[in-house]
Design a protein around this ligand. Structure first.
Ligand code: UD1
Ligand code: UDP
Length: 359
């Protein structure tokens, strides 16, 4: 009897947990033997454990405990811990998601092992090489055997770069699988009310990109813009650990309420009922599009242009005047839902099919 197909699924940081859950479920439903590996890149309860609890993710089968560090330290530590695991477990596939340092580290190990490598969220490009994520994405895609793209622009980027077309599958957006599966539970949390906010009467903010929060000059400008918007509409900001100290040091404007990083259900609840979202997150650009909530992206570029072309996102950059003007414009318009094709809750199934069909 042949042994069942065996896949290691890698999770590492906050935006991975909601991506790995539907893939794991769909693979298991098809009797693939799965091993869930947590690299430990994010480790605070609010950045990791809460997602396992709320999404019903089983405890990781293996935890690499690698933690924070410089890019080289973090990447190297994950590689050192992951390599013997791959040798021991002899998976047929290693499945990585997104663009964090652990994605790159595990991809490099898998590509030099007998296992095949599948990349969930392949093909996204900001074309901004100052972003560590762009380097992680491009290298991961270049060495993957199976490129699972969330949107047609991803496929187009890969084809333009010379990726053989038989390696590419347009599967849709797996993050939206988790959003749709949990939306009702999230709405029942009424998180806005718990923070003294009125549904539809506040804005939600997230900031964590190094280019935004590690530079006092940029962060001061963003806080200035947020302060001016907050004078018209209260804002709530669940603060990523990377950002909190700098925001507090520079001074948090009145009516911009800093809270701890939100759990998944509370965050989706806050996002669903917000009048506007201002963010530099990748995943939040996608979720707001799927929810039909207007989003201003506080960056000069995005690897997710489909959220602008077919969604509710606007790229507004970092100039406080432009941000405030865009916010006023959005608040004057009625919100309207728009959602790209294949962001339909079935991306995990399509990913499992793509993997199994290449057995
Ligand atoms: C990482 C990803 C980024 C992703 C983000 C999602 C890389 C290069 N960056 O950025 O693409 O958008 O996660 O949130 O992989 N920290 C804690 N507790 C934690 C985790 C981190 O306090 O549980 C603090 C540490 O001081 C750490 C810093 O945050 O040094 C940065 O963490 P790190 O994982 O390196 O990068 P993020 O900014 O979280
Ligand atoms: N998120 C969350 N709590 C928060 C902020 C974000 O649960 O306080 C969720 C959000 O709903 C999305 C994911 O985290 O599913 C996005 O992760 P993040 O913004 O950290 O990373 P990025 O997508 O930019 O890589």
């Amino acid at each position: 009897m042949t042994r069942p197909l065996r896949a290691i699924c890698v999770a590492a940081a906050r935006p991975n947990f909601m991506k790995v859950k539907p893939v794991l479920d769909a693979l298991e439903a098809r009797e693939v033997e799965t091993i869930l590996v947590h690299t430990g890149q994010h480790y605070d309860a609010a950045m990791s454990d809460v997602f396992f609890d709320e999404l019903g993710l089983r405890a990781p089968d293996r935890h690499l405990g690698t933690g924070s560090g410089t890019h080289a330290e973090q990447t190297a530590r994950v590689m050192l811990a992951f390599e013997p695991l791959v040798a021991e477990l002899e998976p047929d596939w290693v499945v990585v998601a997104g663009d964090v340092n652990s994605t790159l580290a595990c991809s490099l190990v898998a590509a030099k092992s007998p296992a095949r490598l599948a990349h969930v969220e392949a093909g996204l490009r900001s074309r901004d090489w100052t972003m560590p994520e762009e380097i992680n994405r491009v290298v991961t895609d270049r060495i993957s055997d199976l490129l699972l793209a969330p949107s047609p622009d991803g496929v187009e980027n890969l084809v333009t770069e010379g990726t053989p077309s038989d390696r590419i599958e347009l599967v849709g957006n797996v993050m939206i699988d988790t959003l749709l599966a949990n939306r009702e539970r999230a709405l029942a949390r009424r998180a806005a009310a718990a923070h003294g906010l009125t549904p539809g009467g506040y804005g939600l903010v997230t900031l964590h990109r190094p280019a935004n929060v590690d530079s006092d000059a940029v962060l001061s400008g963003l806080l200035d813009a947020l302060g001016r918007i907050a004078s018209e509409l209260p804002l709530v900001l669940p603060a990523h650990p990377r950002a909190r100290a700098n925001i507090e040091r520079l001074g948090c404007p009145a009516r911009l309420t800093l809270i701890d990083p939100a759990g998944y259900l509370d965050f989706i609840s806050l996002e669903s009922e917000a009048r506007i979202v201002l963010t530099d997150s990748g995943g939040v650009q996608e979720e707001t599009t799927a929810l039909g909530v207007p989003c201003l992206t506080l960056r000069e570029n995005t690897e997710r242009p489909i959220t602008i072309e077919e969604g509710t996102n606007r790229l507004v950059g970092l100039d406080p005047e432009v941000i405030v003007a865009a916010s006023r414009q959005v608040l004057a318009e009625p919100p309207g839902p728009r959602c790209p094709a294949l962001w339909d809750g079935n991306a995990g199934e399509r990913i499992a099919s793509a993997i199994i069909s290449r057995r």
